[in-house]
Design a protein around this ligand. Sequence first.
Ligand code: AMP
Length: 305
Amino acid sequence: MSSEIVVIGSLAYDTISTPSGKKDRTLGGSANYFSVASSLFTKVNAVGVVGEDYGDNDINVLKNRGVDVSGVQIVPGKTFHWEGKYEGDLNEAVTLATELNVFADFKPQLSKEYSKSEFVFLANIDPEIQLEVLEQVDKPKFIACDTMNFWIETKKSDVLKVLSKVDAILINETEAMMLTKAPNAVSAAKEISKLGPKIIVIKRGEYGFMLFQEGNFFILPAFPLETIVDPTGAGDTFAGGFMGYLSKMNHPFKEEDVRSACMYGTVLASFTVEDFSLGRIKNLPLDQVETRLKEYKKVVTVPKA
Ligand code: AMP
């Protein structure tokens, strides 16, 4: 069981408009992006639900990465559907529709094997479902979560319960400010640290991320790209790289390990945004990630004289 990750999150069909075009009912979902990214590092066990409309090719995206999908239930009804658009600001998705469909009545059931996973990621999904998963896991080493405006607006008290039980949170800048009512990301990170998590990662689109841990900040930009085709899934991919990398480190993590994990997350997310859906990352090999990481380090480091 060492270093295995269990992830609960959405497996979805997304309808997305960006300045590069529109895609109808393309594969998406927080658990899909997360699993494809984290499976570059370790064994991943995915938990979620899909409807009978979910294609074999789509479940094969995870299977091809060696992700265990025995925790993905297939039930009568339609798969979760999200519709969003990005206009001037590619850092901010505007949600046009959220159809929970089969997620509305979903009760996660972790197998005995899954419940022993040492790493748990509660990807963006109903916080009540996140809490049900936490009740079923057996003293994991490290728990991290994500959430979004939809859940902060509709189920804030459950989001706060989740926060009180996790080691880390990865959250968008605007959602961090919405959650805490703080006027900026620095103060939002400090406020979130009072709610439970010791590691707070605030995601800022093309501006990268802000990590806050043990009273210290670590802030870097995203990998510089000229064209962003579709930002959807960047956050979940970041989380997958972050958790995947940490799953290989000795626990308790050193501060520098968490910083490196953020750099892997950033670099992985830079691939996701180069295409719609999981197009760019579903077959991405780790050596391409390592090559881009070297380029990224050149961008963010002053060379020795
Ligand atoms: P992000 O990494 O934040 O861009 O996540 C995008 C993914 O989140 C999309 O593929 C959507 O299917 C999924 N998503 C959008 N809204 C929700 C929601 N309310 N609950 C769970 N997943 C969602």
